[in-house]
Write a protein that binds this ligand. Structure first.
Ligand SMILES: Cc1cc2nc3c(=O)[nH]c(=O)nc-3n(C[C@H](O)[C@H](O)[C@H](O)COP(=O)(O)OP(=O)(O)OC[C@H]3O[C@@H](n4cnc5c(N)ncnc54)[C@H](O)[C@@H]3O)c2cc1C
Length: 498
């Protein structure tokens, strides 16, 4: 049995802790915040409840596997709801596309009904290619340890596999190849943002993201996605994981071997193994001694080559009354989607908040989240990260207020009636996300997938320092609840049984 410390009680940290405890290890989770969940945040106002982080669950199988392997079925703890309509998309020309929850055939039909022409067949072909990409990358890449570019070489022995994933093409290139309607290309572009990226730079293999959503379903968790975090916390706790909240790790002792961590209050806690769920760039830049930084300098170099992921500007609104023609997930696309990515990543212009952004509103169809006849809106606007020196200073309270106003007036232009309906409003800026989760700049997904080699620049789960591991969205295979769960499994499998 090893004494293992997990730094951080995000979903990756808790998932890994539970798996390790079920393998017989003594596991202690040290969390900076007073509660578990990290980016899986939560807020409430009277009877209105809000997820402030994830609002969409895909690939619940990852968590089903975790729960089964650590005791009992996930469905014993939470109620996962299959959404009849996954998304209501509204394009700049006013066209509305209601995408069904599960089933590529159903989705293709809905696309054909809304966009006409041969769009349904084009979508089927695009999804066929995405299915091939999924089967080529799932096992050898997503579910396996990453070993830098060696992982790409390991894939490359089968020339057809390489052709399938089209490593030199961007997501935009692939979508434009299969889909002639620019609105469908816009729809696919949005999936690049699920990894915090620009579709013009993100790899074509991200076509697997809509494939997964349509093939395996888009889900809600009754009471909010935070319930998934609660269930995971309770499972980990019930099988012996110890949690300590309100403590920040400031150093990992690695010389000559991993021996524990030092907390901000000066305490040293001994351990044989350390698993860091904190952002990988913080680990490499701030939690290691200069000697350890030297030992891991190649990882630091790779991180420096990667572009940080985008962040998000969130507005929570407790709304009285019901909105007409509204679904659980609603996306309003702008006229000029490229400008969103140019503004966020500073391409051909200064990094700046997006003037006319895509507006995503989650209005959960969930009686536990809003009083009857009312709505809890979680609005997410893609935003540049907090970077006062080279980009946007989101700590500026005037910016917070003026940008909120700007978004509200955009809602009016879209015809959404909000006047007199807002019982409470609260905005959360990228710098608050940074403070709440210790994610540098409030980047949602660590590094983005911008650049064809981006996946191979992601920090590896097994570091160069024996017995020091990285888990969670800033390391391989990436952010989002399913991938974070996969990273936990990779790390727990590597550490093995007690
Ligand atoms: C607004 C928003 C919307 C999102 N939407 C979705 C979605 O719809 N679907 C989806 O699947 N994903 C979504 N995501 C992404 C998803 O939330 C994350 O990928 C996932 O929750 C990350 O989990 P994690 O374990 O990697 O890290 P985190 O959640 O970042 O947890 C890390 C934890 O470590 C703690 N920590 C860090 N450093 C230290 C230290 N030195 N000492 C002690 N503790 C420390 C932090 O306080 C934090 O609790 C969204 C995220 C955000 C912010």
């Amino acid at each position: 049995m090893a004494n293992i410390i997990v730094i951080g009680a995000g979903m990756g940290g808790m998932a890994c802790a539970a798996r390790l405890a079920s393998k017989g290890h003594a596991v202690r989770v040290l969390e900076h915040n007073e509660t578990w969940g990290g980016k899986l945040g939560y807020a409430e106002h009277a009877e209105y409840k809000f997820d402030t982080g994830p609002s969409l669950l895909t690939l619940p199988a990852v968590y089903r596997d975790l729960f089964l392997k650590t005791g009992a079925a996930l469905e014993d703890s939470i109620d996962i709801v299959d959404l009849e309509t996954a998304f209501r998309y509204q394009f700049a020309d006013g066209t509305v596309l209601k995408m069904p929850g599960t089933g590529i055939g159903r989705c293709a039909e809905a696309i054909g009904d809304s966009l006409g022409g041969t769009s349904a067949d084009q979508w089927r072909n695009f999804m066929r290619r995405a299915a091939q990409m999924w089967s080529v990358t799932r096992k050898p890449f997503l579910e396996s340890e990453l070993h830098g570019l060696r992982s790409l070489l390991a894939l490359s022995w089968r020339v057809n596999d390489i052709r399938t994933i089209a490593p030199t093409k961007s997501l935009r290139d692939l979508a434009s190849h299969y889909l002639s309607d620019p609105r469908l290309v816009t729809l696919v572009d949005r999936y690049a943002t699920y990894t915090g990226s620009d579709p013009r730079q993100a790899p074509a293999a991200l076509a697997t993201v809509p494939y997964i959503e349509q093939m395996f379903g888009a889900y809600h968790v009754n009471g909010g996605l935070r319930e998934l975090g609660r269930a995971l916390y309770e499972r980990a706790y019930s099988i012996g994981v110890q949690f300590e909240f309100g403590c920040t790790v400031v150093n990992i002792a690695t010389e000559p071997n991993v021996s524990g961590v030092t907390l901000e209050d000066g305490r040293f806690i001994a351990a044989d193994i350390v698993v860091a769920n904190s952002d990988a760039s913080n680990v490499y830049q701030h939690l290691l001694s200069p000697v350890a930084q030297e030992r891991t300098k190649s990882a630091k170099k790779s991180l420096a080559k990667a572009t940080p992921s985008l962040s998000g500007f969130v507005i929570l609104q407790a709304m009285t009354g019901k909105t007409e023609d509204f679904e659980h997930h609603n996306v309003f696309f702008p006229e000029n989607y490229d400008d969103e990515f140019d503004s966020i990543f500073g391409i051909g212009k200064k990094v700046t908040p997006v003037a006319d952004p895509t507006i995503y509103i989650c209005s959960p169809n969930d009686a536990k989240m809003a009083p009857e006849g009312n709505e809890s809106w979680f609005m997410l606007i893609n935003a540049p990260r907090h970077d006062p020196d080279n980009g946007v200073n989101w700590s500026d309270p005037e910016l917070k207020d003026s940008y909120t106003e700007q978004i509200l007036s955009a809602l009016q232009k879209l015809g959404l009636k909000t006047e007199g309906r807002i019982a409470l409003q609260r905005a959360i800026t990228p710098d608050e996300l940074e403070r709440n989760t210790l994610a540098p700049g409030g980047s949602i997904y660590g590094t983005s997938s911008n650049g064809m080699r981006s996946a191979f620049l992601r920090p590896e789960n097994v570091t160069k320092i024996p017995n020091l591991y990285l888990v969670g969205g800033s390391s391989h295979p990436g952010g989002g609840l399913p991938l974070v769960g996969m990273s936990a499994e990779i790390v727990a499998n590597h550490i093995g049984r007690a």
